[in-house]
Design a protein around this ligand. Structure first.
Ligand SMILES: NC(=O)c1ccc[n+]([C@@H]2O[C@H](COP(=O)([O-])OP(=O)(O)OC[C@H]3O[C@@H](n4cnc5c(N)ncnc54)[C@H](O)[C@@H]3O)[C@@H](O)[C@H]2O)c1
Length: 312
């Protein structure tokens, strides 16, 4: 690893805690900033230094950044497409202003690389199940996606004057152990929890909306590859490249947890995309990224984790 001390914002969260584990395994000194709004201390390797603070706290962040940090992985965010519609102000305060506060604190420091966790939520809806490349039209149907796209644009604009290498990674739907439970994020975790507690999953719309479910291990690998990549500025899709419908996910979980359950249905959500599958041509050729996770093989591990965590 080319870096000695890395700041991971949101490091007590789902993706962040797995990334922290991987960095510590590689002998990196890790400092985590997290306000524990959705993240939990138990997720964190005790070898990571932990600073409980908000990414919008300029002075606190500046102090951390000036403690010898040479790279930043910025994951801290309010992670919910659906609740960002009602809560657009809270969403923008953390997801836009938090990112800009961090960037300002990083300016003129010893930081050489900045990785930004963006999202597939920046894209306009796909036309069908065809994979979406990075150049696909943008048109986020949610405030969350608008915030992620706004930050990408700030980063691209400011990169030359900041003199820091920056990569924005558009993560698709991440699955894996430690995904926190909210009714808004992580359909696999949500459906598993409902079924484990004897309730039917609720499917929005006709259930034929298609998502790219990517293992958190692949997300970690993709992020580490981008961290090491010899590029000044770029954007990459990080997904699995495979599409699953929400109906298929429901069927797979029902079969394993509570056979015979009939899902309930609810109206489609306008802020959620119908088709969202990653085209990985660019991340494979430039970063050497190669997703390995197979949802059908990983699903039992996720169910077990949810059983330990969420079953009554
Ligand atoms: N999980 C997914 O499917 C997915 C998909 C696309 C993009 N992403 C992006 O990946 C990143 C990580 O997501 P995650 O799934 O691990 O979510 P998460 O909620 O588990 O992690 C986010 C972390 O940020 C912390 N946080 C939130 N607001 C903060 C603030 N103002 N100051 C300091 N810390 C704050 C939370 O406590 C939490 O630990 C996010 O930027 C998210 O937008 C996630």
């Amino acid at each position: 690893m080319n870096f000695e001390r890395i700041l991971v914002t949101g490091g007590a969260g789902f993706v962040g805690s797995h990334l922290v584990d991987a960095l510590i395994d590689r002998g990196v000194d890790v400092v985590v900033v997290d306000n524990l709004s959705t993240g939990v201390r138990e997720n964190l390797d005790p070898k990571a230094e932990f600073v409980k603070c908000d990414v919008r706290d300029h002075d606190a962040i500046k102090k951390v950044v000036r403690s010898g940090v040479d790279a930043v992985i910025h994951l801290a965010a309010r992670v919910s497409v659906r609740s960002s519609v009602e809560g657009f102000l809270d969403d923008a305060q953390t997801n836009v202003l938090g990112t800009l506060t961090l960037l300002d604190a990083v300016r003129g420091s010893g930081v050489r690389k900045f990785i930004y966790a963006s999202s597939m939520a920046v894209y306009a809806d796909g036309i069908d199940r065809s994979p979406i490349p990075e150049i696909y039209p943008k048109g986020p149907p949610s405030p969350y996606g608008v915030a992620k796209l706004t930050c990408e644009r700030y980063l691209e604009l400011l990169q030359p004057s900041l003199g820091i290498r920056i990569a924005a990674l558009r993560y698709f739907n991440v699955y894996g152990p430690r995904q926190g439970y909210t009714p808004y994020v992580g359909v696999i975790t949500i459906f598993s929890k409902e079924l484990l507690n004897g309730r039917p999953p609720v499917i929005f719309g006709d259930g034929e909306q298609t998502r790219d479910f990517v293992s958190v291990r692949d997300i970690v690998n993709g992020t580490l590859l981008a961290l090491e990549a010899d590029i000044d500025w770029d954007i990459f899709n990080i997904g699995s490249g495979r599409g699953w419908t929400v109906n298929e996910i429901a069927r797979m979980l029902i079969e394993r947890i509570r056979p015979g359950t009939i899902p309930e249905s609810a109206p489609a959500r306008p802020e959620e995309m119908l088709f969202s599958v990653a085209d990985l041509t660019k991340s494979e050729s430039v970063l050497g990224y190669e997703p390995k996770g197979m949802l059908e093989e990983d699903i039992d591990e996720i169910i077990e984790w949810c059983r330990e965590r969420f079953a009554k």
